[in-house]
Design a protein around this ligand. Structure first.
Ligand SMILES: Cc1ncc(COP(=O)(O)O)c(C=O)c1O
Length: 372
């Protein structure tokens, strides 16, 4: 077996990507106008089953743009899961609204409808479930709380391209879906993001705000403060090639998770890999190993043990409520989930032998750090 370093993530870029990017560069359409932008938006909307898509500079600006297009701002509250990448809450804070943290489901790690219900107030304007590590959030109970109250649901689908909820792809399950195309994501544009949505007015407003909210009648007159959140045609060329290969990527990820299940001998009710709810198709952005007895120190030793064997890993996200800008009591499922999780290497080029090597290392290091 090779002893080469195994990173956590690696983009899968081949001939098609090179061809489209070269074509975009040679065409002279290097900024945010050009056919690849239009084609990527149209293809991505079709993929998610929405009427429209808006390409943006990254997932964080995408979340901010979605909120801004809905005129969410100071005095409003937006409910986000306590267990997520910090961008989910930061995007809310950028608008002047208050991110309200809610606990997650103990199995999926995604926003729990019961927890949402406890923190809804008359100021709640939106609920932002996150499809964590590629597993969809349980959307129906969240929508059942939101819809009668006129609260918008914005899917943070940054990590879950192609995941399905009850057979339907994420991105089309709320008012807006937001994706990231950062280099470690299921498909990448280097940096980039996408909004997916059905509402024409919201679509037009998002496009307008993305481009400095310039008056269509008077060039360089701006009746509102907008942003430059545009994606380039070069990035879109890369993205379109990636999207055309997404089935290949999703199949590879599912296969790799299966290999992990076969390669880690210590799997048990207390040492688990990715949970998959019966209504979910997991996109497997990240292989998730959960070890019930982990605490901060043993997890750290576990990750160091892997590293000394040439294998990279990542801890689960820390609860947002433990960070200075969002400091508040951490709810129980979030605290537990955050403490026990590690992401193992997950990318399409991993071979069965690579996964066997990681599996053997996981078993060995778990034995080494066994409590008592
Ligand atoms: C859940 C979640 N939301 C938002 C983002 C932000 O996306 P970006 O890095 O493209 O700004 C990310 C990831 O990077 C994420 O994981």
């Amino acid at each position: 077996m090779s002893s080469e370093f195994i990173p956590v993530s690696r983009p899968e870029i081949a001939e098609r990507e090179e061809r489209y990017v070269l074509d975009a560069v040679r065409s002279g359409w290097v900024s945010s106008l050009g056919p690849y932008i239009d084609n990527f938006e149209a293809a991505f909307a079709a993929y998610c089953g929405t009427a429209f898509a808006v390409a943006v500079s990254n997932g964080t600006t995408g979340l901010h743009l979605a909120l801004a297009a809905m005129d969410i701002g100071a005095g409003d509250e937006v409910i986000v899961p306590d267990l997520t990448f910090v961008a989910t809450a930061n995007a809310v804070a950028y608008t002047g609204a208050t991110p309200v943290l809610a606990d997650v489901d103990a199995d999926t790690g995604c926003l729990s409808a019961e927890a949402v219900e406890r923190v809804i107030t008359p100021r709640t304007r939106a609920i932002m479930p996150v499809h964590l590590y590629g597993h969809p959030a349980d959307m129906d109970p969240i929508r059942a709380l939101a819809e009668p109250r006129g609260i918008a649901v914005i899917e943070d689908a940054a990590e879950a391209h192609g995941a399905r909820y009850k057979g339907r792809r994420v991105g089309g399950l709320g008012a807006v879906g937001v994706f990231s195309f950062y280099g470690n994501k299921i498909i990448t544009t280097g940096e980039g993001g996408m909004l997916t949505l059905d509402d024409r007015r919201l679509y037009q407003r998002a496009r307008w705000l993305r481009d400095h909210a310039m008056s269509p009648e008077r060039r360089y007159f701006h009746p509102e403060r907008g942003f430059n959140y545009r994606m380039t045609n070069i990035q879109a060329a890369l993205g379109l090639a990636q999207l055309e290969r997404i089935d290949e990527f999703l199949d590879a990820r599912a296969r790799i998770v299966q290999w992990y299940r076969e390669s880690i001998a210590s799997l048990s009710p207390t040492v688990r890999l990715n949970h998959v709810a019966e209504w979910a198709t997991n996109a497997y952005w990240m292989v998730c190993l959960e070890v019930e007895h982990f605490d901060e120190s043993s997890r750290q030793r576990f990750m160091q043990g892997l590293r000394s064997r040439g294998i990279d890993s990542r801890p689960y996200f820390y609860p947002l409520s433990t960070m200075p800008m969002y400091a508040s009591p951490t709810p129980s499922a979030t605290a537990r989930k955050s403490r026990i999780g590690v992401n193992l290497p997950t990318y399409c080029a991993l071979t069965r032998d690579d996964v066997r090597r990681v599996g053997a290392a996981v078993d060995e290091v778990l034995r080494e750090i066994q409590p008592g």
